[in-house]
Design a protein. Structure first.
Ligand code: AQP
Length: 333
């Protein structure tokens, strides 16, 4: 590790990663990887707050690692690891549970949304999710966390927990700050443009998976919900569906939003849908090609996961040792 500041972020292997995850998270990760000491994790312990099929979960974990590399993260330069391989995450999560108030957890929007969607599985892990996330971040002396807008509230809680711990004991944790992109922080569902695109959505037409093929991407965009006007204008409040398509086209092609509005003036929604689909297909093609190469090379993938574990654990173990000493759990030091 150099004396650059540390950046940490994670992705849940709770399904096929989407262009929402790419635009809100990975794209920035790739752009920031030269500026910081970067640590990226496939946070599989978070994924089990919903019931996962064991074989599918295992496969999603490997897919996610391969996709991170395919999207442009350099495994030699960054630490890329699987959360469950570093036990210190669970240890620190328990300690942070004891620094977190029930009222704080009950206020979390993600907890409320996910509880409403899964009424028959409102488990303790879902409620305590932000404490495990705080542990992920605080174990690595993280200064920056690049995330989509949906995670802002969790990062604020992480800062409150760190602050409380530092006051109750002594200054152990670095205070992290979120980095949220100005455009792309919230890509919306193609079927309900008022809700964010989510990989665990039961309606597969609502998201574009990073591994979706050309026909499927085209079909999903053609089915995207828009509005009953015939006016291609960026207005997230009144035209969320069309604005979401314009935003995706802007992000995929770097064309300014006003230029897209001008180019499509007087044209029908079908033309915009088709052009957006084509630009996403073009964006994903090299990522998909690289992904298939990596995913088929089990030896390479296992080596990255093992190396990532060793490097992450060395830092995490050091932090846990300090935390144990600070709170009086270390009987030898
Ligand atoms: N729709 C989105 N737009 C922009 N950014 C997004 N992110 C997620 N959805 C969008 C960002 O992707 C990163 C990884 O997210 P995650 O997998 O840890 O969890 P999530 O935010 O709960 O993502 P999903 O896809 O909605 O997963 P499920 O369906 O399992 O809950 C984060 O930085 C997130 O902000």
């Amino acid at each position: 590790m150099t004396n650059k500041k540390t950046l940490f972020s994670g992705i849940q292997p709770s399904g096929l990663l989407t262009i929402g995850n790419y635009m809100g998270a990975f794209r920035q990760w790739v752009n920031l990887q030269n500026q910081y000491n970067c640590i990226f994790s496939v946070v599989d312990l978070h994924a089990i707050t919903a019931i996962q099929d064991p074989q599918q979960l295992k496969s999603n974990i490997l897919d996610s690692v391969a996709l991170l590399i395919a999207c442009g993260l350099e495994p030699e330069q960054n630490i890329i690891f699987v959360q469950s391989t570093v036990y210190e995450h669970c240890v620190l999560a328990w300690i942070l549970n004891c620094q977190t108030f029930m009222g704080e957890l009950n206020r979390m929007t993600q907890f409320k949304d996910k509880s409403a969607k899964n009424k028959d599985n409102i488990n303790l892990g879902l409620l305590a999710y932000p404490c495990l996330q705080a542990a992920d971040i605080l174990l690595y002396n993280t200064s920056f966390i690049p995330v989509g807008a949906d995670q802002k509230q969790h990062i604020e809680l992480c800062r409150d927990i760190a602050n409380r711990f530092n006051k109750n004991y002594e200054e152990v944790f670095t205070m992290p700050q979120p980095i949220i992109p100005t455009v792309g922080a919230k890509i919306m569902s193609l079927q309900n443009p008022l809700a964010k695109m989510s990989k665990s959505d039961n309606n597969t037409n609502s998201y574009i998976g990073l591994l979706d093929n050309t026909d499927l991407i085209m079909k999903k965009f053609k089915r995207a919900v828009t509005d009953s006007e015939a006016n291609i204008k960026f207005d997230e409040e009144h035209k969320p569906g069309i604005s979401n398509l314009i935003k995706l086209l802007h992000l995929a092609t770097d064309t300014p939003i006003e230029e897209i509005e001008d180019n499509f003036y007087g044209k029908g929604y079908g033309v915009l849908k088709e052009k957006t689909a084509e630009s996403i297909i073009e964006l994903l093609k090299p990522i998909q090609d690289k992904y298939h190469q990596i995913r088929e090379d089990q030896t390479y993938l296992s080596k990255i996961i093992d190396t990532g574990k060793d490097k992450a654990q060395a830092i995490a173990h050091d932090t846990i040792t300090r935390v144990y000493k600070t709170i009086g759990l270390s009987l030898t030091g």
